[in-house]
Design a protein around this ligand. Structure first.
Ligand code: NAD
Length: 424
């Protein structure tokens, strides 16, 4: 008898931009949830998009006019929450995509926020500190009407840091009175939370611990390669090493280093402190990103940029586990390839949610003016991350789907329930 073949399902047209990519992930979850079309329309579209022009007097006396955005995606579960990015390539569709991801991330770890994102198209690497301050104050003044501790709470993102958050808080407070809760990621002296700097990497390791614990295993003795040695990558490498695992390769924007026996991570940190790069570290051999992605390791951790695992390099990945510490590191076609090859991907909205979770702790400490010590922050963070992981794994096993689809199902259902209960 001739073998029967299942006709191939017609493929949906490839998403044209990051926003469509996130909506494609949303649709995959909404299909499994049998969600009505009208609910999908409510949940997909941003609630509000603000575009402002931001004139800034530069140090040379001339005025540059920048464009800034704040997109508030969904606020059914609480005030909008999300970072502000300063980068030359900030574009509205990307800001929409990141705002939407924040809606799903905050719902997934069950913190009482919605999702937002903002950005200004500028190059902070060429600006003086005073120019950055003037830019931040003008941008804040122009979007202040949609911000507030119970309305929309920004945080740092690419190109912004605690210093920028301090200016934002100061500018907002000068209009509305002392408002530390208008922004998170502040310096600890201004009401920032202890443990915020390590929070994302701490959360990455919480979900990895939970994943291995469910299989009777642990990080001890396991190998990892990490792309990126910034806030997330450097602490992820540190925590992996402290658990008795081996970090066998690390790259950053200037190059990379590998050592199959395991890098001496404390020495790598000391080298980085001096040289601001891991490239040239004497405790290993050079490696580039392509080499890092193709290494035979137990766990591959992208912790740098978006769209780095693509259809071009997904076939070369040999790690059985990919943990997305970066936002959106895997393109949709690469994601399908990894799934077909049985490679487990712990998705960004779960893996890197430790940052927003401690931002929630910071905001609630600001509202109560009662401050926690670092052990309490880490303990509460670990509980939230492990709970979210267990919920996702339960859905994944029941639905026999990827962890990404399971994570979206959990998050989308929570936001849909909140919208319905509000009568929308
Ligand atoms: P960062 O700016 O501190 O570090 C970025 C790192 O990526 C640097 O080491 C840089 O050299 C490296 N990098 C840049 N281009 C590279 C390239 N071509 N190849 C290899 N490395 C390269 O940023 P971060 O805060 O560590 O964020 C990293 C990722 O994690 C981003 O995707 C970010 O959106 C995501 N994230 C961060 C947080 C947080 O709390 N910081 C929270 C959630 C998600």
């Amino acid at each position: 008898m001739a073998p029967t073949t299942t006709p191939a399902k017609p493929k949906a047209p490839a998403p044209a931009n990051a926003y469509e990519e996130v909506n494609a992930l949303f649709d995959r979850a909404a299909d499994r949830l049998n969600m009505a079309d009208e609910t999908r329309q409510i949940l997909k579209k941003p609630f509000r998009e603000v575009t402002v022009s931001v004139p800034v007097r530069m140090d040379n006396g001339k005025i540059n006019v920048y464009t800034g955005f704040r997109v508030q995606h969904n606020g059914a579960r609480g005030p909008w929450k999300g970072g502000i990015r300063y980068h030359p390539e900030v574009d509205l569709n990307e800001v929409r995509a990141l705002a939407s991801l924040m809606t799903w991330k905050t719902a997934l770890v069950d913190v009482p926020f919605g999702g937002a994102k903002g950005g200004v198209g500028c190059d902070p690497t060429t600006m003086s500190s005073l120019e950055m301050e003037r830019l931040t104050r003008k941008f804040t003044a122009r979007i202040a009407v949609v911000l507030g501790p119970s309305r929309d709470i920004p945080a740092p993102d690419m190109g912004t840091d605690g210093r920028v958050m301090a200016w934002l808080m100061d500018e907002y407070s000068s209009r509305r009175g002392y408002s530390p809760g208008v922004v998170t990621g502040k310096p600890v002296t201004l009401g920032g939370s202890r443990g915020r700097i390590t929070a994302t990497a701490y959360g990455v390791l919480s979900v990895i611990d939970a994943y291995y614990a469910g299989r009777g295993e642990s990080v001890k003795g396991k190998t990892a390669s990490v792309q990126g040695f910034g806030n997330v990558g450097s602490y992820t490498a540190k925590f992996w090493h402290e658990r008795g695992g081996k970090v066998v390769a690390v790259t950053d924007v200037k190059g990379g280093v590998q050592n199959p026996k395991g890098l001496d991570v404390p020495a790598l940190w000391a080298f980085f402190e001096k040289n601001r790069t891991v490239a040239g570290f004497p405790g290993g051999e050079p490696i580039d990103n392509a080499g890092l992605f193709a290494l035979k390791v137990d766990c591959l951790i992208p912790a740098a940029l978006g769209d780095v695992i693509t259809a071009k390099n997904a076939g070369a990945i040999k790690a059985p586990l990919v943990v997305e510490a970066a936002n959106h590191p895997t393109t949709p076609d690469a994601d399908e390839m990894l799934e077909e090859r049985g490679i487990v991907v712990i998705p960004d909205i779960l893996a890197n949610a430790g940052g927003v979770t401690v931002s929630y702790f910071e905001w609630s400490q600001n509202l109560t003016q009662f401050y926690w010590d670092e052990d309490k922050v880490n303990h509460e963070l670990d509980i939230k991350m492990r709970r979210a992981f267990a919920e996702v794994e339960k859905i994944q096993k029941k639905e026999k789907c990827s962890m990404r689809t399971a994570a979206f199902m959990q998050a989308v259902q929570r936001v849909a329930d909140a919208e319905t209960q509000r009568g929308n």
